[in-house]
Design a binder for this molecule. Sequence first.
Ligand code: ME8
Length: 509
Amino acid sequence: MKTFYVTTPIYYVNDVPHIGHAYTTIAADILARYHRQLGEDVFFLTGTDEHGNPAARAAARRGVTPQQHADELVVKFRELARRVNASNDFFIRTTDPEHARVVQNFLTGLYESGDIYLKSYKGLYCAACEAFYSEKELVDGRCPDHGTVPEEVEEENYFFRLSAYQQRLLDYFDRHPDFIQPASRYNEARSFISQGLEDISISRATLEWGIPVPWDESQVIYVWVDALLNYISALTYAARENLTGRFWPADCHLMAKDILKFHAVIWPALLMASGYELPRRLFVHGYLLMGGQKMSKTRGNVIDPFTVMDTYGVDAFRFYCFREVAFGQDGVISLGGFRMRYNSELANDLGNLVSRTVAMIGKYLAGRIPDVSVDPAESQVAGAAATSTSDMTAAMLRIDLSGALEKTWRLVRLLNKYVEDAAPWKLAKDEGSQAELAKVLYELAEGLRICAILLYAFIPDTSVEILTRLGQEHGRSSLALTDAGTAWGGLQTGVDVQAGAPLFPRLTD
Ligand code: ME8
């Protein structure tokens, strides 16, 4: 069976989760659900990055230990995954003892093979980034991400021979032009490598909150090395059996551009050094922006995803994020934009279409899906459904999530136009048009069934509800995005539809 392994970054616990975290988790969930619909064996991993300076500082500010702090904050991140309806197979915490063991064994291997060595180091360190910067990387002497002045730090650290992997990385990039997407991010990473790589410090002597270096417990392992290894450590203890052979290499690491360098340079080099295969693809999405700026805890311009979901529902939130912003590009989001799309697309285009279709089947056909079959060659809807399905599938395989949603929405719009053009309410008045009426309502219901399958990965609860309203089964096989599952004519006939409250009540105030 084909497998699919998708990951989100593991999130820092120095503050509560925000909408950017929700965005990546939902994106990963969409991919996981979609690949399950294809019948693949899927593993979806998310979790929290709990070591390092920012978390330790946040704990100190609150007067609790870093572990207590992480134990409290992780609850919110787990809650976020649950609330966005993430179907993750595991939630990793870097404070899991099983993770620490894998990290230590991994580094011991590199130490023994000579890829790690001890050196005295002096550099400019941004504690918020957990990273050293060279003078030329700073903007007016300040961290490009946080706008703070980095501290000058001198310590004896263990170093990883990243420089030794420069040529191998370049060769790998050349042989795998799809390694990083979008292509602009591939080019950015490749050009960074080709400008020359320096060895990196992979331990800290001044920090206590981290995984001890196994051969020198006076140091802890650099939080980024600890964090990156989550993608392989989780497979060793997420289930009773070790899943590494089944799921590694990962098919897709999702992230935003802030952490591209770590994933595109350090991570592949660490894997090469220890003989692991590299992940098949990194997909780098854009930033959600509020008022033109990246949302960040430091800037304080964050939208609380919990409030949005409490007010408008989880599917509306999932839908908006991937409808409004082209996946892979930065995009501005706002509450006003959200409400507009909610009303025009979810309440009107989709919700109203479902209500009208079910109501008309109720009124004109005694509430039962008509027992007819409509030849696809004679249907206005069948061709559009097939085109949307194949276009949506092609977009999903490119990880163009917003493109996939747009291809599906074409079908939703076509169905709306079809109701208006075919005007079943007129056919109902004419004795001689009863066969035509049954045909039109069948086509609408069948079109909606196919929409529900195409939309499932994006708005799972709504899709299941649409199938329920249409009297259809909604188990795994009914949602399969296979040729058979989406083939025209799969609608169960002779079953009773179920009227219900609007799927997306219109927002008025
Ligand atoms: O970097 N728009 O954790 P983090 C879109 N622990 N996505 C956003 C976003 C925004 N405005 N803000 C954050 C870390 N994200 C490390 C990762 S992985 C081995 C270690 C998302 O809590 C996006 O996926 O700062 C980004 O890459 C990630 O959150 C950073 O999360």
